[in-house]
Design a protein around this ligand. Sequence first.
Ligand SMILES: Nc1ncnc2c1ncn2[C@@H]1O[C@H](COP(=O)(O)OP(=O)(O)OP(=O)(O)O)[C@@H](O)[C@H]1O
Length: 575
Amino acid sequence: MFESPCKSINVLNAWSESQEELRETQPASPPRGTGKRVKIKKKKRKEQQSEKRSDSAPQLCTDDDVQGRKETKYRPDEPIVRGIFEIGKKSHDVVLTATRVTWTPIQPETPTADRDVKKQEEYVELQDVFAVKVKRRRSVGQQTGGTLLGITLFQCKKKGLKLKDHAIHFNNLSVDHCETWFQSLKEILSGFKNRPKSLKVFVNPVSHKKEAYQIYLDKVAPLFKLADIQTDVTVTKRKGQALSILKDCSLEEYDGVVCVGGDGSVAEVAHGLLLRAQMDAGRDTDSIFTPVQAALPLGIIPAGSTDVVACSVHGIRRAVTATLHIIMGHHQPVDVCSFSCMGRLVRFGFSAMFGFGGRTLALAERHRWMPPSQRREFALIKTLANLKPEDCELSFITSRGAEDQTKAERKRDGEAICESDSWQTRHGLYLNISIMAIPCLCSMAPRGLAPNTRLNNGSMALIVVDNTSRSEFIKHLKRYGSTNNQFGFSFIETHTVEAVRLRPRSQGSWAEDVLENDSKTRPIISSEGTYPWNIDGDLLEVASELLIRVHPQLLTLFGADVEEAEESPVKCSCI
Ligand SMILES: Nc1ncnc2c1ncn2[C@@H]1O[C@H](COP(=O)(O)OP(=O)(O)OP(=O)(O)O)[C@@H](O)[C@H]1O
């Protein structure tokens, strides 16, 4: 039941979701057939007996005590409620404190009983619990009422980087008893401030294998429902729709934004959130400005082909893990890059590639009619076959550490960054230049395309691949899939930087490459005098110099800091 929440949802169908429904104790209509009826009568008697038993269960707090709990500060180990529940067919003494629920089996007294019971004590930390539900038995098709069975806690369990949902059933047929427990637990759970109650969700139905909406319906929506999270879902109809919605909609009613899709969709939503924050703060995006942080955290449900952003904050490409990070309110601040051309903001993003990375994407985009993996392999092979270096002027400012960076940014708010004298500039022929603010973990590169940066270290990795032979370049590409140092070549240099400026020196050459031997199809990209950049998997055509700056912790993602992807490494079959 763990990775797939289907089972828990079947159980959920049999539960009432409010206290009002909890009071309705309409018995399920007995099925026809005398034998079964006798069984039901017996069961009813058993339930009544058990109800009597549970009524007399020891309670440390009266109802009044429980109601007054809001004002009372409990010590972490102070019992709030105590009672008897059946767990796994055995009676247990269950204690609720402000931090955990502990249960121990009730056993006949023996000289060693105390020691034995201690051994069998189990507990769940409430910080790991994301939902409490009233459990009822209902007949097929019955929507409300049903026989009360007890309460169920939903726990978020961690196994490696994987998060799973796990149900713990506490059975007791007493309405009052369950109500007290339900309310007490609800109250504690509602105190976890980072957990969202309302989310704006964008689903890209055309991501990768066009499965994003189904993934949302099957794996994500049921867990959001379980956690009582309200959702406002937009299934996008075109590229750019999420961005225009985010620019205009009222964000106050949400506690977070969720994107179900691949890296392109994530980049669009992240850009939208950040652009909106700049608009709200009155920043002039037609200048070199200091951006403000996004107002809401962003959750990413991976449904693309590579999912490097999701992989970098979850270490794993699993919808349930990603959903539980959102539900539990795990916040991970991340650094973001801004891309500016001629003093104007082009967009916000996480990573950029120029040269081989840009050309490959441009070629793949021109062959969109091919299935995704085929067009990627085709573009990779063809770009490798036509491998040529870019003649560029590359400038960068070495990072002075996140704290200094923030101070420096504040100081030069409004000033042109290029006036700084800390720029190092060089001219040369480069096969590829990557600039990455996050490690970009993925199954092709489990340690990341940029293992030398962290999610929020306030700097970017600049990876410069000088001109070299095709075979040496392929050796370097192959190293991404292994644990070997992919940068251990004399033709590669890496820097930790806070800003990069890249100016290509020969104009208009790339489009001819892309069009080579392909005169039958009309060019999709009209690219006279522009250069292809791969920005988070999206093709960006830039006519002149591009300025890339890092902005420490500008965006908060739902997730965690991850060292290495737990994905089984995928080797590229074509090199
Ligand atoms: N309804 C739509 N029709 C066409 N394009 C869309 C639609 N909705 C969103 N898009 C755009 O599709 C682009 C690609 O989507 P996405 O990145 O989710 O999938 P992918 O390319 O398969 O995955 P990955 O980037 O991980 O390889 C995004 O730039 C997004 O803006």
